[in-house]
Design a binder for this molecule. Sequence first.
Ligand SMILES: [Zn+2]
Length: 495
Amino acid sequence: MSAAHDPALVSPRTGRRWLAVIGLETHVQLKTRTKLFCGCEYRFGAEPNTLTCALCTAQPGALPVLNCEALALAVRAGLALGADIAPLSKFDRKHYFYCDLPKGYQISQYDQPYCKGGGIALASGRFIRLERIHMEEDAGKAIHDRGASTLVDLNRAGVPLIEMVTQADIQTAAEAFEYLTLLKERLQYAGVSDCDMEKGSLRCDVNISVRPAGEGWRTKVEIKNLNSFRFIAAAIEHEAWRQIEAYESEDPAQYPVQETRLYDPERNQTRTMRGKESARDYRYCPDPDLPPVVLDASFLERERSNLSEPADSRRARYREQLGLSPADAAALTSERAASDYFEACLRSGIDARDASSWIRNELLGWVGEPELGLRDFAQLPISPRELSEVLELIRSGRIASNAGRKLLRARALAGPDGPGIAALVAQLGLEQVQDDAQLEEWCRAALIGKEKIIADYRSGKEAALNALLGPVMKQSGGRAAPEKVREILKRLLSG
Ligand SMILES: [Zn+2]
């Protein structure tokens, strides 16, 4: 291994080489309409306790029924990650007591998860193996911020999750960051989850221990409730050094213990949350209310055929077959909606470089602009056909290219039901003026009082023409066709 890839943390005090051993457990919310075992809808930010029923509030006698849409998305996630889907899996009860879990147990999968293996290759070529993926229901939310009281919101109770557990293959904070970025991209492209950390639809726990190079594994610590990839990387970095310093203190009372810690991004430190439960504490048992999940080959085949091409393969194709730069290919695949849009542009006959440059330099940058009100690229109300119309107007000289930009923005502002491109060209008066008589009138007006420039031009300074072009364009409100203006100016000056 080259020095650049050396994952060791070298203690500045002792010069000792330490290795971090890191595993990640990532929960993502499946993008279903309803919850995992009942028909309640889920929307982030809804009024508390308005999206609940007898089942998700744990009324006696309510029985769970598996949501097939959730199962299909879970399977698709497994396929997108190259995992093996088990033909037979089952649901188990994981018992614990907390106010946001009124049943007293969470329905999860224990010894027979629906998915094993798979993983993600990092750019370095190192492969981060997944141990398993299982389905489970989310718990509700306990809100502790009202003084002494705790409020419970059960809207989230029963929302479908998958949990992806890696092997302890990750060696550095940077690798954890890269793994998560690629994982999120893979799941978004597969249409499994929006992976929006701000809405809690992607959450990640870190398991981390350190060991001196060449020695065996030591006690691992779990860090919970990390809400950004940047914080995850910072927490790993911090926790690894905390453990190294603890071991190097040579005081066994300070050595890391098996526990769950919380990361505080403001102080950049972790602190004890609670002792770590082991599987035994949860008293797992099969859920008698749910039959085993049996998946047949035709179901798997159908889900496999529903998978879209992943981002990394699209990026390679854009570079190798379409000749785009790596930066362009990366920008176009930064979200699936943009990449799908680019592909639709190619299908409607737009040149790859044109499509790429308009998407990258204009359209992508409009997302999040308050004026346009686009929350994500998928909301862009400009169809690829309309972009193609605008490019054709520019190519044929009917509008200038900065008028094209104006036109597209107007189209975006008008929303999905707004006027089309042709109507907007007329409405905004963007069509270039080609009429010779009109252009000549503007040119003659621009020459008045410009004796110095005229003399310069006539003495051979071709560039002097540019000083006349500006006033003509200004007078025409930017609509004069510039090439024609040049011709007319030349003719007038040589006469
Ligand atoms: Zn419900």
